[in-house]
Design a protein around this ligand. Sequence first.
Ligand SMILES: Nc1ncnc2c1ncn2[C@@H]1O[C@H](COP(=O)(O)OP(=O)(O)OP(=O)(O)O)[C@@H](O)[C@H]1O
Length: 370
Amino acid sequence: MITFKNVTKRYDNSTIAVDNLSLEAPKGKITIFVGPSGCGKTTSLRMINRLITPSSGTIMLDGQPTEAIDLARLRRKIGYVIQHAGLFPHLTVVQNIATTARLIGIAKKQALGIASELIERVGLDRTFANRYPWQLSGGQQQRVGVARALASDPEFMLMDEPFSAVDPVVRHQLQEEFLRLQRDIGKTIIMVTHDIDEALKLGDQVAVLRTGGILAQIASPQELLSKPADAFVADFVGRDRGYRYLGFVDATSSLAVAAEPAAPLGTEPSTARALTRDRWILVTNAAAQPMGWVDLDQQTGPIRESDLNLSGTLASQSGNLRQVLDAALSAPSGRGVIVGTSGALLGSVRLAEIVTAIESAKAVGMGARS
Ligand SMILES: Nc1ncnc2c1ncn2[C@@H]1O[C@H](COP(=O)(O)OP(=O)(O)OP(=O)(O)O)[C@@H](O)[C@H]1O
């Protein structure tokens, strides 16, 4: 656990960057610092590994004040990932990653072995091992940065805007991979971002800071969305917070999935019409995975791929209400298609049922007037 106790940082020019900050980042969880530019996020992070010295207050690692820990030992306990990765340009990928393992005294050969394994762990191909940083894309460099921080197997990880230097698609991939990795490694992580969507997606808890380094609220993503502490947090969390809250409500427990008729490509319209009373029929491939919808009112010949309406999104069996709602809203039939882990069709849920589930989720989760 990382604990901030009444931590203040006043720079020489008398700027108060962090003002009396007290919070706990629990063991094995991801805590996010988020807030507008200049609100003291980076300063707070860098005080943990003593790159910046607090003016007053105490930061503790598992109850031990950081100022009482030998600096080299402190830095070995804490992995550090920064924007643009900060890789050593003259070292190859595998050598870059191995540096932190070497720092904790692991022999060169073993360190390179650890580094090779980590390359794959962060979603890169082993063939990248002998490339130099300049031969990698921004997203690949960030992965190497994460692998380098992990190579010393630190108990704690500090991450300063680790995914912000890449385009939105790569960013999404990196976030997903990072969540998968964290499920395996369970590190105690504090991450800084200015992006509230990233904070809500990745954080077990999110600390919203306001200008002047004042903690406005620290809470789970669900709570920030449903019970913002004040107008600043409500505004920062964003306009569509009611809709986004649904992303945190498990759909499987509240919705009954009904059987959805499906036809393979090549089906004659008359055969398809016998399968359903609706105008729209779902088309699946040989692995029973949904491909798209066909309008039987328009269909004249056997169903071909070019006849498919591809507008519908799919919700997974373990998905949330936001995904199911989106699946129903985007499908021309108005039925949200649910698939299993292999992507095969499980059935569908009607919009009206989803709305009922939303109503009960709202009554329970938001506790609006309770
Ligand atoms: N070395 C310094 N000397 C004086 N003031 C500083 C110094 N470093 C940061 N500041 C000021 O402290 C405040 C907090 O800065 P910090 O970098 O922690 O904010 P941040 O929330 O990480 O911002 P951003 O999202 O823009 O990176 C800002 O007003 C900044 O100008």
